[in-house]
Ligand binder design. Structure first.
Ligand code: ADP
Length: 165
């Protein structure tokens, strides 16, 4: 049985994430999508709500489970008996940080392999942070996030209309 974990902030989940989840779910027997509790990062949504949104948008995928975790990703992977960590790559700018993280994770746990999946072209520029920025100014983000997520963004951010001065 091949098990993978897909860790991240998912603040909130976008169609870019969902695309990676769907493709990874097709490659592994079980996929754990895990929201990292990172006190160093200021998030818009509480961890529990991020997990709830992930569960909603992946409910059609039988072999996908969504949860949160504390601490090292490799330890989490070991706990779940996963041999693979999935990460997505959008642009060259993602590479450096991902390279460092994958190298560190390999030295911590050589038996856990990091596998990168290339973004789908339509989502190559989609990130949770750009979505939050657009939504905070009242822009429509329905093309990039599921409706449930769009509604929660609107509730949290309000989305003020712009005015020239
Ligand atoms: P983190 O804070 O750990 O980078 P994110 O939630 O921003 O968490 O991203 C989780 C993973 O999903 C990362 O590997 C990131 O590169 C990937 N990812 C984010 N957006 C996209 C996208 N549009 N297409 C492909 N991969 C993506």
């Amino acid at each position: 049985m091949k098990v993978a974990v897909y860790p991240g902030s998912f603040d909130p989940v976008t169609y870019g994430h969902l695309d990676i989840i769907q493709r990874a779910a097709g490659l592994f027997d079980r996929l754990y999508v895990a929201v990292l509790r990172n006190p160093a990062k200021q998030a818009l949504f509480p961890v529990e709500e991020r997990v709830e949104m992930l569960r909603l948008v992946t409910s059609h995928l039988e072999n996908v489970s969504c949860e949160s975790f504390d601490g090292l990703v490799v330890r989490y992977a070991q706990e779940r008996q996963a041999s693979v960590i999935i990460r997505g790559l959008r642009a060259v700018s993602d590479f450096e940080a991902e390279f460092k993280m994958a190298s560190m994770n390999r030295s911590l746990a050589p038996e856990v392999e990091t596998i990168f999946m290339m973004t789908n072209a339509p989502y190559s520029f989609v990130s949770s942070s750009i979505i939050k920025e657009v939504a905070s100014f009242g822009g429509s983000v329905g093309k990039w996030v599921p409706r449930e997520v769009e509604e929660r963004l609107a509730r949290r951010l309000g989305g003020g209309g712009g005015q020239a001065r």
